[in-house]
Ligand binder design. Structure first.
Ligand SMILES: Nc1nc2c([nH]c(=O)n2[C@@H]2O[C@H](COP(=O)(O)OP(=O)(O)OP(=O)(O)O)[C@@H](O)[C@H]2O)c(=O)[nH]1
Length: 317
């Protein structure tokens, strides 16, 4: 894991969007991470807000006037030569045509092509934050395969873009079959299906990724699946977050944030402890435990990518 040392350099990083396209620039020969693509930005000056730093950098580096920057994710990262905190914001509001005012190559890329590019290492969390929505639905009880499919379609019609198939009572072969039967509908809605299971089940099902339970995390000492699939990690504390990062988790599910009826034995973290752990985590974190849609803004204010829940999204029996 990258351990965060102080002092951190505050870097404002801007994701400038135009529909499905994202504006990137290529770092130059004299810079660190030469020939890596980056989201334009730079060091925040003393007394400057992140938004003001972004407006200034985009004028200086790309010749565009930008507005209405909104927070996406914060990334703490230790490089061999510098410790940074990337304050990543996004906007679609700008005037002018971005061009490399400092001689750098500037290009628009489709958001689905970003994973094929070479970025500085810290940017992995930015790509995940851009790819993942803000509501993560976990499957609850269902009667049979038909009922499961109906309930998945109900999630999709609510606009949910990330679903976890969690069916602890079923055999692996039946979970794989459920995933296979529902993948078409999930993908047609532009959503992704995660399996609560093993890398073997993922390979058989062709789902979009696996969600590892906290007890599974320590079975691995490196990423157990390819980077073309998503690796989610369910955690309850800093030690588990460190292990999740060590094995290359793309995102984290941290619980229980609030008290829940399903885990009455576990102490809730509360929002402050949640926010503190998120601050040290360079990938998106979903809040789980007692979550409702009405708490989404509060979760984001505490640094979350969004909320994860079973009962808030899954239709009752
Ligand atoms: N602007 C930007 N910086 C990034 C990104 N990802 C990332 O790790 N960084 C790091 O954040 C720092 C940006 O600082 P900067 O833009 O003010 O400095 P620089 O690279 O022009 O000069 P330097 O070569 O002295 O670091 C660098 O260490 C850079 O590697 C990104 O996507 N955009």
């Amino acid at each position: 894991m990258n351990q965060v040392l102080s002092p951190q350099l505050a870097i404002a990083v801007g994701v400038l969007r135009c529909q499905d396209e994202i504006c990137l620039s290529l770092r130059q020969k004299h810079q660190s991470h030469a020939n890596h693509w980056e989201f334009p930005g730079g060091k925040v000056e003393a007394g400057e807000s992140i938004q003001a730093a972004l407006e200034r950098e985009f004028i200086e580096e790309l010749g565009v006037q930008t507005r209405n920057w909104q927070p996406l994710i914060e990334i703490p990262w230790v490089y061999p030569d510098v410790t940074v905190r990337l304050h990543v914001y996004q906007t679609e509001e700008f005037d002018g045509t971005p061009h490399g005012k400092e001689g750098q190559l500037v290009r628009w890329f489709n958001k689905n092509a970003l994973r094929e590019l070479t970025f500085p290492e810290a940017n992995r969390g930015i790509l995940s934050a851009l790819e993942l929505g803000d509501c993560y639905a976990i499957s609850g009880k269902f009667v049979d395969a038909t009922d499961f499919s109906h309930k998945v379609r109900s999630l999709l019609s609510q606009g949910i873009k990330l679903i976890q198939l969690r069916a602890k009572d079923l055999q692996a072969i039946d979970v794989v079959k459920l995933a296979q039967d529902n993948l078409g509908a999930v993908h047609q809605a532009g959503a992704k299906l995660m399996l609560n299971g093993t890398p073997e089940m993922l390979a058989q099902s062709m789902a979009d990724g696996i969600q590892l339970a906290s007890s599974q995390l320590f079975e691995y000492n490196r990423r157990p699946i390819g980077t073309d699939k998503l690796l989610g990690a369910s955690v309850h504390n800093s030690a588990e977050i460190a292990q999740a990062l060590k094995i290359g988790a793309d995102f984290i599910l941290l619980s229980p944030v609030l008290p829940t009826a399903t885990h009455p034995d576990m102490d809730a973290l509360g929002w402050e402890a949640f926010a503190e752990m998120v601050r040290e985590t360079p990938v998106p974190v979903y809040a789980l435990g007692g979550m409702q849609k009405a708490l989404l803004d509060q979760a984001k204010k505490h640094g979350a990518q969004g909320i994860a829940a079973i009962s808030e999204f899954w239709s009752p029996q």
